[in-house]
Design a protein around this ligand. Structure first.
Ligand code: SF4
Length: 388
């Protein structure tokens, strides 16, 4: 379940959807990862009232609820002024039934579920042009597509996984003056389109994710110097991004990777953060990186670039950061943090990076970037100059 900030708002269906090509065939395969992960699922006031009414009349699809009223204390946790669904000690949501179904959905229908439950693993930005969508790969079905879907990395409209007739909920940016080329310079819709399509094309063709990001950064830095005398912004951006190349990229060091992970974790509200990575753990991860991650990293270039493309689509930093460079920095931070998590998985498993370990690391990276990090804090972090 991803957290939705207060500005999240529903969009009622019927507009176009835009998504990453490799997500086009996603469908839920009932892994139940989302209902057994002990993460905080916010309960919106209207949902709370529906559950209370359903529980009072024993209408939830739970055995204990069917026997009588289910007191709120059994399913609702209050922290400060926010309310969350309770989870059992093993991390299962209290509404998850033994048969693997959701007691809320079965008893009261999909609209009685918290927004996060209804939307997971979808991530949406509701724009004037339609709804931009991506997926969090904390969902195993979504993660598998990074490896198995061999379609070129591009943007598709009205894909089977994202039908326009569905109502999506997410960050509503309709009427918002954003995104920005650089602070104070608005990126018009045509230029925003160029940025998205050129970045996907770059991630599709470059061999290394680091080189792709280095070239993207060079192109964005060049494009950010635009002045009205340079002519239409979209054409300027297309030239800058299309012509940018990078012969080398900064080394992806274990120290920089851990620093990025710490920076992302610091964007989560207190109480949702893991214990900071201490120096002893960082040293163990550095050893695991040298022994088992660095040698295998290049062989996973394609799923890594696909993951970056997924983090670009429906990026909230694009809308909440102060310029295109912030979006690039968020991708750089994400890739570094993912490298640290690969080292963590490799250290824990005692073997070199393989598909299973990379899948676990990607799921953990998305958990931290998409589910836990406060989107505005992440956008502020990415808007500031970054160095490890
Ligand atoms: S409310 Fe239903 S969908 Fe949401 S976490 Fe609980 S069981 Fe899963």
């Amino acid at each position: 379940m991803h957290r939705l900030p207060p500005e999240a708002a529903p969009l009622h269906c019927g507009v176009r959807t835009f998504a990453l090509s490799l997500h086009a065939t996603w469908r839920c395969r009932s892994s139940l990862r989302c209902c057994t992960s002990s993460w905080p699922i916010p309960v919106e006031p209207a949902v709370r009232r529906r559950i209370e009414r359903g529980a009072a009349r024993g209408a939830l699809g739970l055995d204990e609820a069917a026997a009588g009223a289910l007191p709120a204390a059994d399913w609702l946790v209050q922290r400060s002024r926010r309310r969350w669904l309770a989870t059992a000690d093993d991390g299962r949501c209290v509404f998850l039934e033994d048969r693997g179904s959701c007691g809320l959905q079965r008893g009261l229908g999909e609209t009685a579920q918290p927004v996060s439950c209804r939307e997971f693993p979808r991530l949406a930005v509701i724009e004037e042009r339609g709804v931009s969508l991506s997926l969090t790969h904390y969902c195993p079905s979504a993660a598998a597509l990074l490896f198995d879907a061999l379609t070129p990395l591009t943007r598709v409209t009205d894909a089977a996984a994202f039908p326009p007739q569905r109502a999506y909920e997410g960050l509503d940016v309709r009427g918002v003056v954003a995104p920005w080329l650089r602070p104070g310079v608005w990126l018009d819709p045509e230029a925003r389109d160029v940025f998205e399509l050129q970045t996907l094309a770059r991630l599709d063709r470059d061999t290394s994710p680091e080189l792709a990001l280095a070239a993207l950064r060079a192109g964005v830095v060049a494009a950010s110097r635009w002045r009205p005398a340079d002519g239409p912004l979209a054409a300027h951006l297309e030239r800058a991004l299309g012509g940018a190349e990078a012969a080398t990229a900064d080394d992806l060091t274990p120290a920089a990777a851990v620093a990025a992970l710490r920076a992302i974790d610091a964007c989560a509200p207190r109480g949702l953060r893991d214990a900071p990575v201490d120096e002893r753990t960082a040293a163990a991860w550095a050893a695991a990186d040298a022994a088992g991650v660095a040698p295998a990293w290049a062989s996973f270039a394609r799923p890594l670039r696909a993951w970056l493309a997924a983090r670009l689509m429906a990026s909230w930093v694009l809308w909440q950061g102060d310029g295109l460079l912030a979006t690039v920095r968020a991708l750089e931070l994400g890739l570094l943090a993912l490298r640290a998590l690969c080292a963590r998985e490799s250290a824990r498993a005692g073997r070199a990076l393989d598909r299973a370990l990379l899948t676990a690391a990607i799921g953990e990276a998305d958990l931290r970037l998409v589910q836990r990090a406060d989107p505005r804090a992440l956008a502020r972090r990415a808007s500031a100059p970054w160095s490890a």
